[in-house]
Design a protein around this ligand. Sequence first.
Ligand SMILES: Nc1ncnc2c1ncn2[C@@H]1O[C@H](COP(=O)(O)OP(=O)(O)OP(=O)(O)O)[C@@H](O)[C@H]1O
Length: 267
Amino acid sequence: MSMPILQAKNVWKEYGDVCVLERINVSINAGEFVTVVGASGCGKSTFLKLVLGTESVSRGELLLDGKPIPQEPDEHRGIVFQKYSVFPHLTALGNVLLADEFAQSRWLGKLFGAAKKQAEERAVAMLERVGLGHALQRYPSELSGGMQQRLAIAQALMKKPRILLLDEPFGALDPGIRADMHQLIRELWLQQGLTIFMVTHDLKEGFALGSRLWVFDKARHDPQSPQRYGAQITYDIPLHGGKLKAEDAQRFSPEALLSSEKTEGEQ
Ligand SMILES: Nc1ncnc2c1ncn2[C@@H]1O[C@H](COP(=O)(O)OP(=O)(O)OP(=O)(O)O)[C@@H](O)[C@H]1O
């Protein structure tokens, strides 16, 4: 058995009196595609930030390859947000190249000669990979929402991350474009052997894309003090090629999960 790429051992995240996450115990193997759903504000983005390293756990242990996860973002982990802030004064190519320049030449800031040519070739190949080969010289204002997300994905992948974090990356896109993006992300996942965590508000999307689906929810409530208890992973559901495994299909129908979410919200 190989070591899990990521392990959470009794992880808690608190901001002052506010408990966001509690008792997260979970183990993820390299190559899993975890989709994360749950009510608004229940801590999904917070979990991604812990994995990214921009936030640290309050209690417990979060391990990358069995070691405490680095407390700042590095090349192991790339992230794409719902609303991507591209640099408006740089072309698509310039935006993707920037990721590489930071990675390779943090102090010089610029690449020269052969290194520059190599970086450019890699950036062009990456943009072609995400379907932006025809838009290398376009500025973000000249790109559609879907194209901007493709650009964001290309930029995140330039650093060759092992873990890709997606925080509602398709939330702002039209349904037709979303379907294209689903295909792209599944191709990238399979071809590059990525481990992916993707937050989505769309339960169907979660079931369709992932190899494993998590539901974040509070297992206990204090009516007097709603912020007292944090969310946990209340369902951890293995998926099989975008579908539930037969033996789990009855226990975890999308309808059942949705209705349980609704009941919680109404309490
Ligand atoms: N820096 C912070 N200080 C205090 N509270 C915070 C901080 N960051 C997040 N929170 C709180 O943590 C909770 C979880 O936030 P988070 O963004 O992780 O939720 P979410 O599940 O991603 O929500 P959404 O689906 O609406 O994006 C919220 O109640 C939020 O107010």
